[in-house]
Design a protein. Structure first.
Length: 182
């Protein structure tokens, strides 16, 4: 019988060694308390930021807490929503930083806008090639996690980055006469 706190059991009926080690490492790190405090700080900040953006001109998605891959929420500015696009405000755990993404409703729209931006001369260092598990079309690195120590400054930086991305996209769409999705 498989116990809930165990990981996958191999054919011999024992817990996989790598998972067992990882679980013990997680337990040790959780006992210290730093992981929980940092995670709560990240999720709390993004929850407050989501409420901040939600009280303005944007509709916002729910907060996705993730699996220590990313925590994010999406903004739906009208100029993007009508194109099946959105802006995501992301904390990327691997990079351990805040990012702002342009993302799409689905993979077809993602591919279309990636190609349009790429062909239209969007800065290549900001574009993200579509691939399995990749949600961003455009990615702006905003700030390292340490920026959480000054949340008002971080919020101002994220607001500017969102507005800059939105302004750049609106200008791009106007210059390239881009209408609604196909």
């Amino acid at each position: 019988m498989k116990h809930q706190s165990q990981g996958p059991i191999n054919r011999r009926g024992t817990v996989e060694p790598a998972l067992s080690h990882d679980l013990e490492e997680l337990r040790a790190q959780l006992a210290i308390g730093s992981v929980q405090r940092a995670y709560v700080a990240i999720v709390s900040y993004l929850s407050k930021l989501r409420a901040h953006f939600g009280s303005g001109e944007y509709s916002v998605s729910a907060l996705y807490q993730g699996y220590f891959d990313m925590t994010y929420f999406a903004l739906f500015p009208q100029a993007l929503k009508e194109r099946d696009l959105k802006i995501a405000i992301v904390f990327d755990y691997e990079a351990f930083s805040f990012k702002v993404w342009l993302a799409a409703r689905n993979r077809k729209v993602q591919r279309r806008y990636f190609e349009l931006l790429s062909d239209g001369g969007w800065p290549i260092d900001r574009l993200v090639e579509p691939a399995p598990g990749i949600d961003a079309i455009v990615e702006y690195d905003i700030a390292d996690a340490v920026a959480l120590s000054t949340p008002d400054d971080l919020t101002a930086l994220i607001e500017r980055s969102v507005q800059d991305l939105l302004d750049d996209l609106v200008e791009f769409f106007s210059a390239h006469d881009v209408d609604l999705p196909l």
